[in-house]
Design a protein around this ligand. Sequence first.
Ligand code: NAD
Length: 297
Amino acid sequence: MQIAFIGLGNMGGPMAANLLKAGHQVTVFDLVRANMDSLEGEGAKAAASAAVAAKDAEVVVSMLPAGKHVRELYLGEYGLRDVLNANSLVIDSSTIDADSARQVGRGLAEKNIEFVDAPVSGGVAGAKAGTLTFIVGGSDSQFAHARPVLEAMGKNIFHAGEHGAGQIAKICNNMLLSVLMAGTSEALKLGIDNGLDPKVLSEIMLQSSGCNWTLQKYNPCPGVMESVPSSNGYQGGFMVDLMRKDLGLALETALKSHSSTPMGSMAQSLYAIHSLKGYGKQDFSSIFEMFVKNDKQ
Ligand code: NAD
């Protein structure tokens, strides 16, 4: 298939690489030239703009920071809506607000372009390994259209409902993840402050009722687990500021539906303080450092 991939950051880069490995012809575009260079080395064609990348594409996949970038890419002044052929398919895998996803879906439908919101879970490791979970919003036929492309990048592919449903499911998941990460960091630090080895404590909690994904795959304490951001100076992975964005989306959604989300509100405050302390561009597991005692104590 002829695929255009827009947004080659921590997630988009390895996802595009997996489409190439699956034998698709991939044309890429990112505002940062260096992000295209590495994919060119793997067989992608680099384009001078998103519009050039999308011309003649059967499928466009985007992996951008937030709703405004996605709306601009498809519906803006030079939007891809005016470039893509009818019956082509747009898969937006960015985590954005559900209203933006629905707006993009409606705007593309006016030109008979198919759309699914398909945010992902599984992090950079899942993107590299091609084992992402995709959470898809769209009609049954749009889901079926997108599925073979998603299978080249992921393992579990869920149909959550109509446009926007993928995004709602995704922010519910990430709100829970933020709570688990902050809680796991707090528990590990309590153990360390009381003489426990974090590796031993992690092993105990993994086999006990506190077991959760952050302990299994993404331990926040440096040195406990290899090949995770905490053992690499909290570089790479999922930025604190992106988690803040997702928590903002979760709380806005809760406001609209009159849902009560006290744990999500607490996590949002913790991540906001953490970002203001200079951790915004570091991985979200760096929240562990919020619990580390300073020299004055
Ligand atoms: P990132 O900041 O590493 O990558 C975003 C990329 O988009 C950058 O390379 C940037 O240059 C590019 N970009 C921005 N605007 C552009 C435009 N108009 N045209 C072309 N390129 C543009 O972010 P990421 O970690 O790859 O995350 C991307 C999305 O995936 C976000 O919505 C995030 O919430 C979501 N997500 C991230 C993770 C993770 O673990 N990193 C996991 C799940 C979901």
